[in-house]
Design a protein around this ligand. Structure first.
Ligand code: PHE
Length: 453
């Protein structure tokens, strides 16, 4: 076997890494969150701010994470420990965040599987009349997510598929899954995007999504966009540290740190270009929120020719995107067990997968039989989303910037990034400033905003 000479796995090539990292980044954050957050925050203005922040923050932090991971050649906790024993705890933040996110991510992934099954079996959403509206799809959605059985069943299926892939390791599992799912996702996306853009009335959605209205840019637009950049690029939880640690010493980190956010952003924009024109073409509101793809879109699909087929394709592609992100989330905690306690990969993954499934159950049931169970005024699902997204990730990100920018230091990081001076690193000064000052400030703002919300 190829990796038998190495104690740890390694990507077969830099392309394998890019595909897997893009797979981790491209997920429900792009397809489910981005269009509705953009819809809620004024469309084009949000997109513009988002693009600027991807350049300023996304590139900066992903580069720092990859460099740290490859330098340490260890997953997140051990990587921080390599910089200094007392920083080890930063890694734990990441492991904890990834674990918590995966628990509710699996619930969402499960809903997506449930919708695929619904489309595969006719997609009538339990409705006999031919004209359906959002009230009906909403009713279906509410009934589906409040069932005491189906959300848990689909969570189990989704988590099992994730476990199956991660058990197979870096090259045979994660990289291979990315190589199959990512191109498939792009293809399906193109088909659906063209369908959506050619609907009569699509141009209204296009205009909404692409025309920035500067008067609509408020501090809250900026902070929401910042949170979205973080979430979408899977920053602040050690995924890129862990994935970076399986990189060869020859690969070009600078190039990777532009390509991955680039691919992620293209997919987010494609999602906006697919979902919003369809929503506008059928005269619906883009501000629907989290139900946008589960409630608004099925109505849209129902009203178009071959809608069932497109609905099926759409949810399939959402599934592809979600599963490669779930794989990354599970790899963080599994690789932590493997590197720290020298547990066999199979056992580590089964242990993490099993516990994350159990932790997901309250999230799966909290729209139904457990809806009375609230923490800080939120149901369990929202709470599990809130804590990592608003608190743990920005805090982990802040500490990452401090550790890389001020403890490890720009010069040491630059040695790793430039492959010991064999590659040029022209942006060293700019990157140094961003990671030392601007990114930490941004993180503090997201953090404060999270506390206040
Ligand atoms: N980046 C993923 C997405 O956009 C979500 C995610 C967040 C995945 C954090 C891993 C870690 O859906």
């Amino acid at each position: 076997m190829k990796h038998s000479s190495k104690a740890r796995g390694q990507w077969t090539s830099n392309l394998g890494f890019i595909i897997a990292s893009a797979g981790s980044a491209v997920g429900l954050g792009n397809l489910w969150k981005f269009p509705y957050v953009a819809g809620k925050n004024g469309g084009g203005s949000f997109v513009l701010v988002y693009l600027c922040l991807i350049l300023l923050l996304g590139f900066t932090i992903i580069l720092a994470e990859m460099a740290l991971g490859r330098y340490a050649n260890k997953s997140t906790v051990s990587a921080f420990a390599k910089i200094g024993k007392k920083w080890k705890f930063v890694g734990y933040f990441g492991v904890l965040s990834a674990f918590i996110i995966l628990s509710y991510y699996g619930v969402l992934g499960g809903w997506v599987l449930g919708y695929i099954a619904e489309y595969a079996t006719g997609g009538n959403f339990d409705i006999s009349s031919s004209a359906i509206d959002t009230n009906q799809t909403n009713l279906f959605f509410q009934q589906f997510i409040s069932s005491p059985v189906w959300p848990v069943f689909w969570l189990f299926v989704f988590t099992s598929i994730t476990v199956f892939i991660v058990i197979r390791g870096i090259e045979g599992g994660i990289e291979k899954a990315g190589k199959i799912f990512m191109p498939a996702l792009f293809l399906l996306f193109l088909v659906i995007m063209i369908r959506s853009l050619t609907l009569p009335g699509a141009e209204k959605g296009l205009k909404f999504f692409l025309t920035p209205d500067f008067s609509k840019i408020t501090p809250s637009t900026v902070i929401n966009a910042m949170g979205q950049v973080f979430y979408s690029l899977s920053l602040g939880m050690g995924i890129n540290i862990t994935y970076g640690s399986y990189l060869s010493k020859e690969s070009n980190l600078g190039k990777n740190s532009i390509l991955i956010p680039g691919i992620d952003t293209i997919v987010a924009i494609m999602a906006g270009l697919t979902i919003l024109p369809a929503v506008f073409a059928f005269g619906m509101e883009p501000t629907q929120g989290p139900g946008l793809i589960f409630v608004t879109l099925p109505t849209v699909f129902h009203s178009m020719p071959f809608g069932n087929f497109f609905g099926f394709l759409f949810f399939f592609l959402v599934f592809f995107a979600a599963i490669t992100s779930a794989v990354a989330l599970l790899e963080v905690s599994s690789s932590f067990l493997i590197d720290t306690f020298h547990i066999k990969r199979k056992n580590a993954v089964l242990l993490c997968g099993g516990s994350v499934f159990l932790l997901g159950i309250p999230s799966a049931l909290c729209y139904g039989i457990w809806s009375n169970f609230q923490i800080l005024g939120r149901n369990f699902f929202d709470f599990m989303d809130f804590i990592p997204t608003n608190i743990l990730l920005p805090f982990g990100g802040l500490l990452l910037c401090i550790v890389v920018g001020h403890v490890w230091g720009i010069d040491n990081a630059a040695i790793e990034i430039s492959n010991h001076g064999t590659l040029p690193f022209r942006l060293k000064k700019v990157w140094g400033f961003l990671i030392q000052y601007l990114a930490p400030l941004a993180m503090i703002l997201i953090f404060i905003n999270g506390f206040l919300s």
